[in-house]
Design a protein around this ligand. Structure first.
Ligand code: FMN
Length: 327
C-alpha cells in the first residue's frame, strides 16, 4: 500500500493517518488488529480488554500480535479517581511497553509520568484535549502530539468545532489529530484539508464485523441520524454522547441533585467520581456483553450521520485511504 505521509503516520509508523480510537467498552483485540493490519492504527483500551472482553492485558496483546505485526496503540486514562486504579494503569503501561507498544493516547489528568516512561523507550504520547488551555498543559508534560476532541465526538465530547480547534491548536508545533464527527471518507478528507495530521474515529468502527457489541447496537448506529445523539451527564457526571432511547428521554440528561452537590465539594467530588467510574464500568459493560436492558446507554457521536452499514474494519481504512489518495 502507498503510504499517505503526515506527521502522525511518521511518528506512529503507520500507512494511513487514521486511528481507531480507544472505546470502553467497545474495543476488542480483533478490532484493533483489523485496523492496524489495514494500515491504520488500532488503539487498545485496557479496561475494555480485561473487564469486558476477558483477556489479561498481556494475553490480549499477544492475541493482537498473532493477527498483525503492524503498530498498535494503547489508551492510558489517567484520571485521579482512585489510587488503586492509577497503580494498575502504571502496571499496564509497563506491560504494553514490554510487549512492543510504542504509541499511547492519554486522556484526562497530567500525562507527564506517561511521557517519562514512554519517551526513553522510543515511543510517543498523544494527549486528548478539548481546548487550548489543556493543550498548553499537555505540552508542559512533553507530549508529542494532540488529539483534538471536538463537539461532534463520541465519548466525552468537547465544546469546540473541528475548524475552531485546529485554529486554536495548529500553531503549537505538534501534530494535531481530529477526533469527532468523521463517519465517512468525505469527512476524513475534509479533516486533513483543514490541516489535521490525521483522524481518530470511534463510532464508525463500532459498526464493523470485528467489533463485538450486540447487533442491535450496531443497527441503531447505522439507522441513527445526528439528532439522535444527545449529551448526558447521568453516566459519568460530565457530558457523554449517547443515542436517544425511551429510557434516556424519560430520565433526562442532567446529573441528579445529590450527584451535582457531591461534584461541587472538594472532598466529595473524588468519591462521586469513583462512584460514577464504577457505575460507568458496570453499566456500559452490560450494554455490550450482557443480556441488555432498556436502561442501557449506547454511546455514539454525531458521525452516525455518515455511517450507512456494518463493514469489515479494514475496508473502512482502505476506502478512507483511497479517497485521500484521489485528492
Ligand atoms: C463508545 C465509545 C467509547 C469511548 N471510550 C473512550 C475511552 O475509553 N477512552 C478514550 O480516550 N476515548 C474514548 N472514546 C473516544 C474515542 O476514542 C474517539 O476519540 C471518538 O469516538 C471520536 O469521535 P467519533 O465517535 O465521532 O468518531 C470513546 C468513544 C466511543 C464512541
Amino acid at each position: 500500500m502507498v503510504a499517505i505521509a503526515t506527521p502522525l503516520t511518521q511518528q506512529a509508523g503507520i500507512e494511513v493517518p487514521l486511528i481507531c480510537g480507544a472505546m470502553y467498552p467497545c474495543t476488542n483485540p480483533e478490532l484493533v488488529a483489523a485496523v492496524s493490519e489495514a494500515g491504520g492504527l488500532g488503539v487498545v483500551q485496557p479496561l475494555s480488554m480485561v473487564y469486558v472482553h476477558g483477556h489479561g492485558l498481556r494475553e490480549g496483546l499477544g492475541l493482537i500480535r498473532r493477527l498483525t505485526t503492524k503498530p498498535i496503540g494503547m489508551n492510558v486514562l489517567i484520571e485521579r479517581s482512585s489510587r488503586a486504579y492509577l497503580e494498575r494503569m502504571r502496571r499496564w503501561l509497563d506491560v504494553a511497553l514490554e510487549e512492543g507498544v510504542r504509541f499511547f493516547v492519554t486522556s484526562l489528568g497530567k500525562p507527564r509520568w506517561v511521557v517519562e516512561r514512554v519517551a526513553p523507550a522510543g515511543g510517543v504520547v498523544y494527549h486528548d484535549v478539548t481546548e487550548r488551555k489543556w493543550a498548553l498543559k499537555a505540552l508542559e508534560s512533553g507530549v508529542h502530539g494532540l488529539i483534538a476532541v471536538n463537539d461532534r465526538a463520541g465519548g466525552h465530547a468537547g465544546p469546540r468545532s473541528a475548524a475552531a480547534l485546529i485554529d486554536e491548536l495548529g500553531d503549537l508545533g505538534r501534530p494535531v489529530v481530529c477526533a469527532g464527527g468523521v463517519g465517512d471518507e468525505q469527512a476524513f478528507v475534509a479533516a486533513l484539508k483543514l490541516g489535521y495530521a490525521g483522524v481518530q474515529a470511534g463510532t464508525r468502527f463500532i459498526a464493523t464485523d470485528e467489533c463485538r457489541v450486540s447487533e442491535a447496537y450496531k443497527r441503531r448506529i447505522v439507522e441513527a441520524t445526528e439528532d439522535d445523539v444527545v449529551l448526558t451527564e447521568r453516566v459519568t457526571g460530565v457530558p457523554l454522547a449517547v443515542l436517544r432511547t425511551p429510557y434516556v428521554d424519560r430520565v433526562g440528561l442532567e446529573a441528579g441533585p445529590l450527584a451535582r452537590w457531591m461534584l461541587r465539594g472538594r472532598r466529595t467530588k473524588y468519591l462521586m467520581r469513583t462512584i460514577y467510574a464504577l457505575r460507568y464500568a458496570r453499566g456500559l459493560k452490560r450494554a455490550v456483553r450482557g443480556r441488555g436492558s432498556s436502561k442501557d446507554y449506547w454511546q455514539a457521536g454525531r458521525s452516525v450521520a455518515g455511517i450507512h452499514g456494518v463493514e469489515p474494519a479494514g475496508e473502512i481504512v482502505r476506502r478512507f485511504a483511497a479517497a485521500l489518495r484521489a485528492v
